[in-house]
Write a new protein. Structure first.
Lengths: 288, 278
């Protein structure tokens, strides 16, 4: 994207503010979390001896390890649901809707909630999920159930329902972006050569959209892993994921242990991203 | 089945999924807005009783969550700060990356890391930094710092797309005709990428205005709006919260509308400029 190149020295000057900001606002805080996680006291003091005290506590407490598995399972569930929903929607918007104006309208309808408060959207789910909530009342009205059922609010179902409405956009957006950039001539060429629509879809569209799918899934993975506000507001503190544990430990003043959980969360996320990149590389080899 | 009927059914199915999801996504927000107009006796769910502005009066008169106005003011100020800073720093960063300087890849990933880092951890780390270095927590320092970490990458990605889209021969022409680099940037490049700059400002504003996870540990006693909303959900759910939620959602929507209008004007103007010159 060059043509108009900056001299190197000017480039450094231009890049400096952003780089310093990211170092001060992200890298240093992360290093401090790692540092604090090795403090072997319960107090928050710079003179703390370093040690593995809190890591050993984590290692010896199966409840906390189960929380890691719960968080990963919940994230996996969300990734599955948003993958299917997101791909269907992207395919419909890009491939089936006629007219640029209508496409943009649908994309805007999809994206606008992302620019409003996630917390408020979580609160908005509560009147739906309660025992006397909208869902229960509609089900009774339709005659599907006689008594209100309590599976929605303060339950994993409720948390999942709300999370699906928040995070599907992240799985859809990148696929829409990638799909819009596929030259139509590719599909036309395949059709001229008598490939059936199904075959065109699987041999042309899917392989070319895999990068978008991957980015979308990565965004969903990173966001659901770190989401604690939804579980806290809808789950009523009954369900916790790693983020909630960090919050609880912070509030009870166990800062070193909170850092250990934070480090565990970070490592799990790194592992997940590495795994995702791996899966796609293998698939790409298959496609070639 | 003939493949054409199959295609038609497929289209129906996919359309159903899409419109179904859009309804699913928007419905709770609409219901919240409706319920916020319930009577003083009305609860937080259906059946709705009567129509009144009671809960709006209630939250305007600060009888609930101490007083929401200072936090709302802080959130708006912070959002404006993030909006301006994101647009400026992202523009500088992307312009810098056009020459592949030593470490430019590293620089790109450093900024991108801001999208990947979980909010609660960034906030936690910032709380430690402040405590250890003895910096007091405040919305206009520590919270501002962590919000930027979240908004800057979005601004950068948007601007990279904007820079990739225009015809770079225009810049070459200006340089060949003897314009300085400075003049070329401000007279040619900047107007061309201005829609991208506006997009970056929009992301800076809305993402900061609604940010909760990053603010949680990094903000001191002077809290922002999402923080007092979260505290209130923990305590008690009242229709006042719906009134507040509806109000802030409307503010967000107005801001989106404002930026969309700006975007539209800039685009029309740059198009008519091109029409005149050609």
């Amino acid at each position: 994207m060059s043509a108009f190149r900056q001299r190197s020295s000017v480039s450094y000057l231009l890049a400096l503010p952003a780089a310093l900001w990211m170092i001060a606002g992200l890298i240093v805080p992360t290093l401090f979390i790692v540092w604090v996680s090795f403090w072997a006291t319960r107090r928050f003091s710079l003179e703390s001896p370093l040690g593995l005290m809190h890591y050993i506590k984590f290692y010896n407490t199966p409840v906390y390890q189960k929380l890691v598995i719960d968080t990963v399972l919940q994230t996996g569930l969300l990734m599955g649901i948003t993958l299917v929903l997101g791909y269907c929607m992207a395919y419909f918007i890009v491939g089936k809707v006629r007219g640029e104006g209508r496409k943009i309208l649908l994309i805007l309808l999809l994206i606008i909630p992302f620019w409003t408060s996630a917390l408020i959207r979580t609160i908005a789910w509560i009147p739906f999920l309660g025992v006397n909530g909208v869902i229960n009342q509609s089900l009774i009205f339709l005659g599907l159930i006689d008594e209100p059922i309590g599976v929605f609010l303060y339950s994993r179902t409720g948390i999942t329902m709300a999370q699906v409405s928040f995070y599907t956009l992240m799985a859809t957006g990148p696929v829409v972006y990638v799909m819009r950039n596929i030259p139509p001539s590719l599909q036309q060429a395949a059709q001229c050569l008598k490939a059936s629509p199904t075959r065109v879809f699987w041999r042309i569209t899917v392989p070319l959209t895999i990068p978008g799918v991957l980015i979308g899934q990565m965004l969903v993975f990173l966001n659901v892993m770190a989401d604690f506000a939804t579980a806290s507001a809808i789950g009523g503190n009954k369900f916790t994921y790693l983020g909630n544990l960090v919050l609880n430990l912070y509030e009870s003043g166990q800062l070193s242990f909170a850092s250990v959980i934070a480090v565990v969360l970070m490592l799990t996320m790194f592992a997940g991203v590495a795994l995702l990149l791996r899966v796609v590389d293998i698939r790409r080899l298959g496609a070639l | 089945m003939h493949w054409k009927t199959r295609q038609k059914m497929m289209k129906l199915l996919l359309g159903g999924v899409t419109f179904g999801f859009l309804a699913y996504q928007w419905f709770p927000m609409v219901i919240m807005a409706v319920l916020s107009f319930t009577d003083p006796e009305g609860g937080v769910t259906f059946p709705m009783r009567g129509v009144s502005l009671h809960w709006y009066r209630e939250f305007w008169a600060d009888s609930f969550i101490d007083d929401f106005k200072p936090p709302m003011y802080r959130s708006l100020m912070l959002a404006v700060m993030c909006s301006v800073t994101t647009a400026t720093l992202a523009l500088a960063a992307v312009q810098a990356m056009r020459s592949r300087f030593f470490g430019s890849n590293f620089f790109f990933y450093l900024i991108l890391l801001g999208i990947m880092a979980p909010g609660i951890l960034v906030g936690l780390g910032m709380a430690f930094v402040a405590r250890i270095l003895g910096i007091p927590l405040a919305w206009y320092t520590t919270t501002f710092a962590v919000h930027m970490v979240w908004t800057l990458p979005f601004g950068m990605l948007l601007l990279m797309a904007a820079f990739n889209r225009f015809d770079h021969k225009l810049e070459e022409a200006a340089l060949t005709l003897g314009a300085s680099r400075w003049t070329t940037f401000w007279r040619i490049t900047f107007p061309l990428v201005l829609p991208g700059v506006i997009g970056a400002a929009l992301f800076g504003f809305t993402l900061s205005y609604d940010e909760f996870a990053r603010s949680l540990f990094a903000t001191g006693s002077e809290q922002t709006l999402p923080l007092i909303v979260f505290a209130q959900v923990d305590r008690q759910l009242e229709p006042t919260l719906y009134a507040l939620g509806t109000t802030t959602t409307v503010i967000s929507l107005l801001m989106i509308g404002f930026f969309a209008l700006l975007f539209h004007i800039v685009r029309r103007r740059s198009r008519s400029d091109v029409a005149i010159t050609t």
